[in-house]
Design a protein around this ligand. Structure first.
Ligand SMILES: Cc1ncc(COP(=O)(O)O)c(C=O)c1O
Length: 419
């Protein structure tokens, strides 16, 4: 069971909400690595267990009761994912994660659209998952990848994209929210500019979909990729949304069981979308539990979640700005960070920073965050990142700031501890 939201206008006691997440108590840490993966509420864990204990059977394949039940529940999960982003169920492809979604998009769209000499635009601010698939596609087809650069606040300037567009650009694929900056990009305007030049527009929504309202119709993106595990769902389930008319034209990515209508030795007719893109046994338990996570997020309310995460982020950003020799990456404005606060401490390696936090039972992430080109662009080899979810508390942020302010001192520098 998870929190019942009887009073819809206000947050219930945060300690009640935190009780929904067993790990927060069991691990005994301040978990500030939510951009890497979120924690899972009990109702999500129970939903997956319930599936395996009561109706685990291969969906789509059996005509007996529990297989039909598994199929129905899997398709209901698809409908829930569709509703969450204002899409139609047949526009939702279940994958393993955002990385697989972007690989699917790059492979299949590449087969459909990319010829020698064509161009693909992505950016230096991408997670490797929205970079390597395009590099591979370009190498396979003799096409080229061009890279947009972010502004100092981490956003993309739509006018820069307009200047980069030409009639060779077939695909533009940009992050909706960078995992380093936390800036929410103007996806609607960027997509419009790509469309005006006849290109398709893909958004990497791995960081944006868990934390902000996503309406694919309003944004008019052709595709968006995201992962269940970053939004209270289990690992191993992700989504690729695609406009139906585009998905229908795209060839399959993986082939094999269950994605066909007929197979003869001479010719195969593929199943209608989205099943054409879901070869082999699907992750039914994962999808069903993911739908429960979406219910939890919807019940809590994305707007309310955004508000609370903004409060926590503001506390962190304003606190960091007061600590000498700590450089905040990206915008100075707390409202641009959406729960993601990346920083560099002068003279201290991020691995040392992370170890010190770990000694204090605080989990933060250190390294290049799968964004090496962005670090190179910023002229910094690596950084440390704290990332918040609505279940974090002001007290955890205060603890984080207190430890942060002490790190240079612990490493032998003679700064004054300002906190
Ligand atoms: C912006 C962004 N895109 C893509 C991914 C890849 O997600 P996954 O590892 O779930 O495939 C991540 C993961 O951190 C991310 O932050």
């Amino acid at each position: 069971m998870c929190t019942e939201w009887t009073e819809m206008a206000r947050w219930p006691d945060i300690e009640n909400v935190r009780r929904d997440f067993p790990l927060l108590k069991n691990a005994g840490i301040a978990y500030l690595d939510n951009s890497a993966t979120s924690q899972k509420p009990l109702c999500v864990l129970e939903k997956e267990k319930e599936y395996y204990e009561n109706y685990n059977a291969n969906p789509f394949r059996g005509l007996y009761g529990i297989s039909v039940k598994a199929t129905d529940a899997y398709e209901e999960a698809r409908a829930a994912a569709a509703e969450f982003i204002h899409a139609a169920p047949e526009e939702i492809i279940f994958t393993r994660n955002a990385s697989e979604s972007l690989n699917l998009a790059a492979y299949s769209l590449g087969e459909l659209l990319i010829r020698e000499g064509d161009e693909i635009i992505t950016s230096v601010a991408e997670h490797h998952s929205n970079l390597l698939p395009w590099q591979q596609l370009a190498a396979r087809k003799g096409a080229s990848v061009r890279y947009m650069e972010p502004e100092a606040d981490g956003s993309f300037d739509p006018e820069k994209l307009r200047e980069m567009m030409n009639d060779k650009v077939r695909i533009v694929s940009l992050t909706a929210m960078s995992n380093l900056f936390g800036t929410l990009n103007d996806v609607k305007t960027l997509a419009k500019i790509a469309h005006e030049s006849g290109s398709v527009y893909i958004a990497d929504g791995a960081q944006s979909v868990p934390h902000t309202v996503t309406d694919v119709k309003e944004l008019d993106v052709d595709m968006i990729a995201f992962s269940g595990h970053k939004m209270l769902g289990p690992m191993g389930i992700g989504v690729l949304y695609g406009k139906k008319e585009l998905l229908e034209k795209m060839p399959p990515f993986l082939t094999g069981g269950e994605m066909i209508t007929t197979v003869t030795l001479e010719k195969t007719v593929y199943a209608p979308v989205p099943h054409k893109f879901e070869a082999g046994t699907v992750n039914a338990g994962g999808a069903i539990a993911f739908a429960e996570a979406l219910r939890y997020l919807t019940k809590t309310g994305l707007k309310r979640i955004e508000e609370r995460e903004k409060m926590l982020t503001t506390l962190a950003v304003e606190g960091i700005k007061k600590i000498p020799n700590v450089l905040l990456i990206g915008s100075e404005r707390p409202e641009d960070h959406h729960g993601i606060v990346t920083f560099k401490i002068e003279g201290v390696h991020p691995h040392d920073v992370s170890s010190i936090f770990s000694d204090e039972n605080i989990a933060v992430r250190a390294g290049h965050h799968c964004a090496q080109p962005l670090h190179r662009f910023l002229g910094i080899p690596s950084t440390t990142r704290a990332s918040f979810m609505f279940y974090n508390t002001e007290e955890e942020v205060e603890r984080f700031l207190h430890v942060l302010a002490s790190i240079r001192g612990r490493m032998g520098y003679a700064d004054e501890n300002l906190l």
